[in-house]
Write a protein that binds this ligand. Structure first.
Ligand SMILES: [Zn+2]
Length: 126
């Protein structure tokens, strides 16, 4: 009797884990693709670039010292090269889903995927 009980518990826990995994997958997959990336340097808007257009942007900070090269290719944005010492931003996988971002802390550069629907209309191309 006790053994049977245990098996029931395992099935129940397994079922709950499966349900959680499916819910998580749905939330992740339903997250739409963004249509552009917004770049800020030190909190200031640097530019908005459409993901539909292949482009290379050298993001320079105000003092002209730091430089992150943003490359948009095949609808994905990625930091190709960066002057920051840690290189975390350049190692980041390409982003394209709404809300994803690449942050370069040393250079204070933030690249975030946005969509027109999320209120960040990309009608200003800097
Ligand atoms: Zn960096």
């Amino acid at each position: 009797m006790k053994k049977r009980h245990l098996r029931g518990d395992i099935l129940l826990i397994g079922g709950l884990l499966l349900a959680a995994a499916i819910a998580f997958a749905c939330v992740f997959l339903l997250r739409g693709d963004g249509d552009s990336v917004r770049v800020t340097v030190d909190g200031e808007l640097y530019g908005v670039y459409a993901l539909s257009q292949d482009v290379t942007v050298d993001i320079r900070t105000a003092d002209g010292e730091a430089n992150n090269r943003l490359v948009i290719r095949d609808g994905k944005a990625q930091v190709e090269t960066a002057t920051c010492p840690d290189g975390i931003c350049a190692a980041h996988y390409p982003i394209f889903r709404d809300g994803e971002s690449i942050v370069c802390l040393p250079n204070r550069v933030v690249i975030t995927v946005v969509t027109a629907q999320s209120g960040d209309a990309p009608d200003v191309i800097a």
